[in-house]
Design a protein around this ligand. Sequence first.
Ligand code: ZN
Length: 273
Amino acid sequence: MKVTGVSTPTRPFKDNEDWLGSGPRMVVVLDGCGEPDAIAGETDRHCVHGLPWYVKTLGTALLRGGGDPATPLDDALATAIAETATAHGGRCDLSHPATPASTVVILRENQHYVEYLVLSDSTLALDDGSPEPIVVTDDRVARVTYPSPQDPAPGTPEAAEATRARMRHLNSMRNHADGFPIAAADPQAAYRAMTGHLGHDRVRRAILASDGATRLVDVFGQLNWTQFLDLADQAGPEEVIALTRAVEESDADCAKWPRGKVHDDATVAFCAF
Ligand SMILES: [Zn+2]
């Protein structure tokens, strides 16, 4: 497979909490779990390293361990989570609910199959020649309900406090039996990921994308999944990001499309077979 990709922070030279990497016959997209604009920078993760370090360390461990095609992807992810936990070096409280965490999408090919793993709400779209691509994402995080249904007016102190309360609740549901699995410090989360494979001859194109890049489809409704694949295929992943940023700028106060972040780190990896 041929991989082209781009990963961009919310604005130039800001830290990127997404991560994109590829090795022989394998590509990985990670999205570190940051906080909404209203409380940006407030979260104490009880970690001296931070999210950009976390996704880079987890991603490189995944490429290393997943490079052996005999290793199942969930085992490779479990090992990478364990290695990353060790790499914190005992200086960080990995049992804290806000410890660095990330979504994961992996695509790997061998002679017979294209295998995938999806953990949390990043997305894999696979074009197998059907009218609609196969779209794999884990919406368990979106199904977490909040104790307080009342939304104060945006921009008020009450709204920021409500956002903090929601984040605390969301963090408490990470890798909880009734919550959602995510890559953090517990390797067992890897075995709650969505996995599968398709015959190699069926797969034509694929996209791995963080939720900052799938907004064109699932938040803004500007494209369907086939159009999303076509745009990345014909114009390149950079154009997907450029269009995303343009639509975000057209709704800078988040009035038309309510969302926690005006811009988000955005990553697209396009694979042609
Ligand atoms: Zn740390």
